[in-house]
Design a protein around this ligand. Structure first.
Ligand code: NPW
Ligand code: ATP
Ligand code: MG
Length: 323
């Protein structure tokens, strides 16, 4: 009989404690993380907001959003905490002959900031406009050249699934597919259907086939693989499946991934042999689930994504007290 590969449930609290930086009076603004979300268009303004504000609520210092011109005032009005750049354009607002100039301008705007970012989150509420996605492909290429980690979610996964070279072999890329997004990835990369019997082995194959990119497959348990191992996070979350929880997750993974890289660079740390993208996924998933559980215990059926975001701080504090 064929042996099935099983995932290992991780001690997520230990990971969170190992990578979360201590709050220290000598640290300056920015050291706890500068995150940028590339997303937000005419239809979706909630998703990029959820991802960006979650990064701040977990403990990042600065959170930017690069979105379309018409999404920007809406996102700004949700929160003064976010730095919002109204730079992306959709096809409907661009003449064919202006596309080259405009995409050059978009790229120049993002490039001004690129090297300062600790992580990009690409895709929450991005939409699927072809011109916009072409610009975002260029942004991804530049992020990769600058060694900036990227978390790819939502419509970013639509883009990447159809252009695997954008991430293939990039060790600092994380894909966070939901059930649908995973199905499309498996079909494209492995030319097969999702294996419900030996899903763990299939996840490893998927990650390997994209050159060791870390994949966080969302579901009842979140499964994380970089092609070498499979870790599982099954901490109880909530019974509510309101939209936006994946967006929280993407912002959360971005912060913890940045912290994991920072922690591993300390010569006294024993994290240097661990993959920071995997550590970031473990911590991000666990904190979202803990926050969802706290929110659900208060709000039950009326729990919405904003309630979960309000519990992110406590879910970090319970594991890693600030002082
Ligand atoms: N407030 C906002 O601005 C938000 C904006 N968002 C943004 O929307 C964009 C598109 O992302 P997405 O997630 O809606 O697209 P996709 O994955 O194709 O799902 C579409 C449909 O698939 C189904 N379905 C889903 N899960 C399933 C499951 N487990 N098992 C079975 N079926 C399942 C379900 O369809 P139904 O049940 O109606 O048939 C679902 O409605 C993207 O940019 C994202 O960031 C969101 O982040 C939410 C908050
Ligand atoms: N069946 C489930 N049981 C428990 N938790 C789940 C389940 N499905 C998803 N989750 C939790 O919700 C989080 C978001 O997963 P989900 O599949 O809703 O993402 P999504 O569809 O991308 O969300 P979004 O609406 O933000 O786009 C996961 O990380 C996981 O913690
Ligand atoms: Mg999603």
């Amino acid at each position: 009989m064929q042996q099935h590969l099983s995932s290992v449930e991780v001690d997520a609290d230990s990971v969170i404690r190992a990578i979360t930086p201590a709050l220290d009076a000598s640290r300056h603004k920015g050291q706890a993380g500068k995150i940028a979300v590339i997303g937000g268009c005419r239809e979706y303004t909630g998703a990029p907001y959820f991802a960006a504000i979650s990064a701040l609520k977990i403990g990042a210092d600065l959170s930017h959003v690069f979105c379309t011109k018409d999404a920007a005032p809406v996102i700004k009005s949700y929160s003064p905490e976010l730095i919002v750049h109204p730079i992306l354009e959709e096809s409907y607002s661009v003449r064919e002959e202006d596309k080259k100039i405009i995409s050059g301008k978009v790229l120049a705007e993002v490039d001004k900031w690129m090297e300062r970012f600790d992580c990009l989150v690409i895709g929450p509420g991005l939409g699927r406009d072809p011109f916009l996605l072409d610009c975002v492909s260029e942004i991804m290429r530049h992020a990769r050249q600058s060694n900036v980690p990227i978390v790819i979610d939502g419509d970013g996964l639509f883009l990447v699934t159809n252009n695997l070279d954008l991430v293939s072999g990039y060790a600092l890329a994380v894909l966070t597919p939901n059930v649908n997004e995973y199905k499309r990835l498996v079909q494209k990369v492995l030319s097969s259907e999702v294996d419900d019997v030996d899903g763990t082995q299939q996840l490893v194959s998927l990650s390997k086939q994209i050159g060791g990119v870390t994949v966080l497959k969302k579901g009842k348990s979140d499964l994380i693989s970089d092609g070498a191992t499979v870790k599982s996070v099954s901490i109880y979350g909530s019974l509510r499946r309101c939209g936006g929880q994946g967006d929280i997750l993407s912002g959360s993974v971005a912060v913890f991934l940045s912290w994991a890289r920072q922690a591993a660079s300390d010569p006294n740390s024993n994290l240097s042999s661990k993959n920071p993208t995997v550590l970031g996924c473990i911590a991000g998933s666990a904190i979202l689930r803990k926050a969802a559980s706290l929110a659900f215990s208060n709000k039950k059926r009326s729990t919405v994504t904003g309630d979960i975001i309000e519990c992110l701080g406590k879910s970090v504090e319970d594991v890693c007290p600030a002082c």
